[in-house]
Design a protein around this ligand. Structure first.
Ligand SMILES: Nc1ncnc2c1ncn2[C@@H]1O[C@H](COP(=O)(O)OP(=O)(O)OP(=O)(O)O)[C@@H](O)[C@H]1O
Ligand SMILES: [Mg+2]
Length: 316
């Protein structure tokens, strides 16, 4: 790893630096995977594009609800390009006194240009920094409009990659919005992605396919972040619970997890959180969890309501 500094201002003054080797590949819906692949293909074809007087597009907006993977995707993309990512936090730019935010933007781009290698710029919560310019001559309006103009000028002069994340996309200044040549929406994951996300974060434990499918259905409208917390909290309880003397039967563990891990208030409440341990997905959840699918009993497992559902021994 290397230290990145640019002139007197350090890049880390503006946010965190995420290195390529720390990135993990997100589980993406088909539409997002295609959009990403199209962009990468274009970037890799830079020389051929130059032959027809074009450059690859370098600025993208990622829209999506909280926890849908905007930061994860940007980090993954930067890693595929072999670049460190600077995660710029709006609070590191925004300042109380007149002209200070615009100055901070200038210093940020100076530091990026002075860095010893190219930096992939990622603006988190971009709506709060780049809201539509204000009318009127109030100090607040003049200051905000100056910030936006400075941002526009720096975007135009900057030749590197810039991704900005927004929760809604509306409310961005139209001229800023036009600077972004690519728009990628990170929708909530569909059933297939939910199953893969649960599978990934439950590892090294494995779930029979029927249980995975039931859990995924009970988690409709869950963000990847919520699913990750759910799975990781179950694993944490499996390790810590017995040492701490907690009741460790399935319903007790799952109900503690549902209590601890809360869905984001802006997203709908997934069924598992409204129904709780009475949910069909809980009676389908194997207990104790195993790391080898063959370790689960092959016999048919009774579930709530007397219905009989076969557990898939192979789990594929
Ligand atoms: N598509 C995905 N596949 C696997 N894991 C994911 C995916 N999306 C998000 N995660 C996990 O969920 C967590 C939150 O993701 P991330 O921070 O990227 O979301 P975000 O959209 O940037 O959220 P915010 O709006 O709060 O900034 C991370 O721990 C990440 O590993
Ligand atoms: Mg984020």
């Amino acid at each position: 790893m290397f230290a990145i500094s640019g002139g007197s201002t350090k890049l880390s003054d503006f946010g965190e630096i995420l290195h390529p080797e720390q990135a993990s590949e997100p589980i993406l819906a088909k539409a997002v995977r295609s959009a990403l692949l199209e962009w990468l293909t274009e970037i890799w074809a830079a020389e051929d594009l130059l032959a027809v007087d074009l450059k690859p597009r370098k600025r993208a907006l990622f829209h999506g609800a909280p926890g849908t993977g905007k930061t994860t995707l940007a980090h993954h993309l930067a890693a595929r390009l072999g670049l460190p990512l600077l995660l710029v936090r709006p609070e590191r730019i925004q300042a109380q006194y007149m002209g200070a935010s615009a100055q901070a933007i200038g210093r940020l781009f100076d530091a990026v240009r002075a860095a010893p290698e190219p930096i992939f710029l990622f603006f988190d919560e971009f709506d709060s920094l780049a809201a539509t310019r204000l009318t009127g001559a109030s100090t607040a309006a003049l200051d905000h409009n100056h910030t936006i103009n400075t941002l526009l000028a720096n975007f135009d002069a900057f030749d590197g990659f810039v991704v900005a994340a927004t929760n809604m996309g509306s409310g961005l200044d139209p001229a800023i919005w036009r600077r972004f040549e690519i728009q990628i929406e990170l929708a909530l994951p569909g059933d297939h992605e939910r199953q893969r996300i649960i599978e990934r974060y439950m590892a090294p434990f494995v779930l029979p396919k029927a249980s995975l499918a039931a859990l995924s259905r009970a988690m409709e409208t869950a963000s990847p972040a919520l699913m990750r917390s759910f799975a990781e909290n179950i694993k944490r309880q499996i390790v810590v619970g017995p040492k701490a003397g907690w009741v460790m039967n399935r319903d007790a563990v799952i109900s503690r997890v549902i209590e601890t891990v809360k869905p984001h208030p802006d997203l709908g409440l997934p069924r598992l959180w409204s129904v709780g341990v009475a949910d069909h997905a809980v009676s389908q959840f194997p207990w104790p969890l195993e790391k080898d699918i063959a370790a689960y009993p092959a016999e048919r497992a009774p579930v709530a309501g007397g219905e009989i559902v076969p557990l898939n021994r192979r789990g594929s």
